[in-house]
Design a protein around this ligand. Structure first.
Ligand SMILES: *Cc1c(COP(=O)(O)O)cnc(C)c1O
Length: 519
């Protein structure tokens, strides 16, 4: 080997050493002073060769998280964002516990059952005959309302199939050729779209009036036929917080069943209302007090005040309902049922829900509900008082201060003749860090994918917005939100949006008129 070659070899060896030292050194370096700070971590497509320090990984994720909207100013979603320190501790504890392992964690599973029982009683579920065998009502903890709605839908579907096969004298196989339908308002949440698509169920959609946002019981009567597996009533539709008239729908269902020999039942989607309605006075019965209500679902992580990823379903009974979706687990000693669509999941949601129920008690939930309604009222009054050239700035669309969710739904008053719409307003408000969602009064049909108007008496192009009041939207924060609305108007009023949209609000009004006249 020549001298030059030897030197080259030595240089290569040293280079490798330096590289190794550097990468080791990096492990003890502050992220900001390491090479890692020069790397674009967001756009990597492959798992990196070597790891980084825990501190660096945390900083990278936290800096991404910081670029999102602040969860405290998100008035668009119903999902709870406030957790006490103790709740965070037990949520972390729950991350180690897999709820699917009922044999390993029987005590944690007992907490799950205890929550099911407390909620079943909150909703006046009659005690099932087999309660002593199971020690729990027919119900389950789920990952939010979506899983709960899917389970409810499946139970109704299997129940209908058995009934239809018997009625028509069909074999189990024959009946598979007929698709059942589910009656629901066009104000359904996306969870139901999943049911229709994934579980092959026909949506029988009823358009409400923009004046009520709710099911017309007479239209429910017309919609029910032999293939109807159930009717969904929404306790607090997410657009406006109105409650579907469950009591009247219950009467209609009772009459139809009696007249035509059907066995149609009701599922109440109380994603948001499940923990609000029980604390509102003068409310007509909406829960298991009504005979045809077969199941109720709720999002524990909405007004149940649990952490994200918590939901609940309760069935009136096991027989011909929850048993259709139950997987029996007998190796525990005694009976145990598993209902969930997926298997493994952390116990965090169960722990935090249980914590909330015993920590707040009924009086705590009552106080929380009262605060929410009062703060919603404060915001609603504030928006109502705002004017533009002597006219009210907003048309309020929600149900007002009682018998609904703590939500303010409104649209910019079309009589103001302004060139921007509610969605432009959303964007301007975001300059003040608020996330107030604006949207059009339309939905996509779950099967045909057509975009259709939500309401029979309002053009689909019309926009609206909503402000969801959650426990963290306290009075002083609400006051700031009203100030931000005022600042937003100061900024937006002088601007001309007409060229941006390709239509003027004026035209939209004419369109509204046409549709109203037509109906
Ligand atoms: C939020 C909501 C759902 C879906 O709930 P997740 O908990 O997000 O899965 C279903 N129905 C209604 C009426 C809702 O408001």
């Amino acid at each position: 080997m020549s001298e030059t070659e030897l030197m080259q070899q030595e240089i290569d060896r040293l280079r490798t050493q330096v590289k190794a030292l550097k990468s080791r050194n990096q492990l003890s370096q502050n992220y900001y002073y390491s090479d890692a700070a020069q790397k674009n971590w967001l756009d990597i497509t492959h798992i990196p060769e070597n790891g980084i320090t825990p501190e660096a990984a945390q900083i990278i994720i936290e800096s991404v998280n910081g670029l999102d909207f602040d969860y405290r100013f998100n008035t668009s979603s119903y999902v709870n964002v406030f957790l006490e320190k103790e709740e965070r501790d037990i949520a972390l504890l729950g991350l180690h516990v897999n709820m699917a392992d009922q044999t390993v964690y029987p005590n944690s599973y007992k907490l799950h059952d205890t929550v099911v029982n407390m909620i079943a009683n909150l909703w006046h579920c009659p005690k099932p005959d087999d309660f002593d065998d199971y020690g729990v009502y027919a119900g389950a903890g789920t990952v939010g309302s979506t899983e709960a709605c899917l389970l409810a839908g499946l139970a109704l579907k299997f129940r209908w199939r058995a009934w239809y096969a018997k009625r028509k004298n069909l074999t189990g196989n024959d009946v598979l050729g007929t698709r059942p339908n589910l009656v629901i308002s066009t104000c359904f949440q996306a969870a139901w779209e999943k049911l229709f698509k994934y579980m092959d169920i026909e949506p029988r959609l009823i358009q409400p009036s923009v004046d009520t946002f709710t099911l017309d019981p007479e239209k429910v009567r017309e919609a029910i036929d032999e293939h109807t597996m159930g009717v969904v009533c929404i306790m607090g539709n997410h657009y406006s917080g109105h409650y579907d008239p469950v009591e009247q729908v219950n009467e209609v269902v009772e009459e139809v069943n009696a007249a035509r020999g059907y066995q149609v039942g009701i599922h109440v989607d109380a994603a948001s209302g499940g923990f609000i309605a029980p604390f509102q006075s003068n409310l007509r019965p909406w829960d298991f007090r009504l005979d045809n209500v077969l199941s109720i679902s709720t999002s524990g992580h909405k007004y149940g005040e649990s952490c994200c990823g918590t939901g609940w379903i309760v069935w009136r009974q096991r027989e011909d309902l929850s048993e259709h979706v139950a997987i029996s687990v007998t190796y525990l000693g005694g009976n145990a049922d598993s209902y969930t669509l997926n298997f493994s999941r952390p116990a965090s949601g169960v722990y935090v829900q249980y914590y909330q129920l015993i920590r707040q008690g009924l009086s705590g939930y009552q106080q929380c509900c009262d605060n929410l309604m009062q703060n919603a009222k404060f915001l609603r009054e504030g928006l109502k008082a705002m004017t533009y050239r002597g006219k009210p700035r907003f048309t309020i669309l929600d149900n007002g201060d009682t018998e609904c969710l703590p939500v303010i739904t409104a649209r910019l008053n079309p009589d103001c003749d302004i060139s921007y719409d509610d969605i432009d307003l959303q964007h301007v408000l975001s300059q003040y860090r608020w996330y107030v969602s604006g949207y059009r009064m339309q939905y996509e049909h779950p099967l045909s994918r057509e975009t259709l108007p939500l309401f029979y008496d309002q053009a689909g192009q019309t926009s609206m917005f909503r402000i969801v009041v959650k426990s963290n939207l306290t009075r002083n924060v609400a006051k700031k939100l009203l100030e931000s609305f005022r600042s937003a108007f100061e900024f937006i009023d002088p601007l001309d949006f007409s060229k941006l949209h390709g239509f003027k609000t004026e035209n939209l009004r004419h369109q509204d008129q046409r549709i109203t006249n037509h109906c």
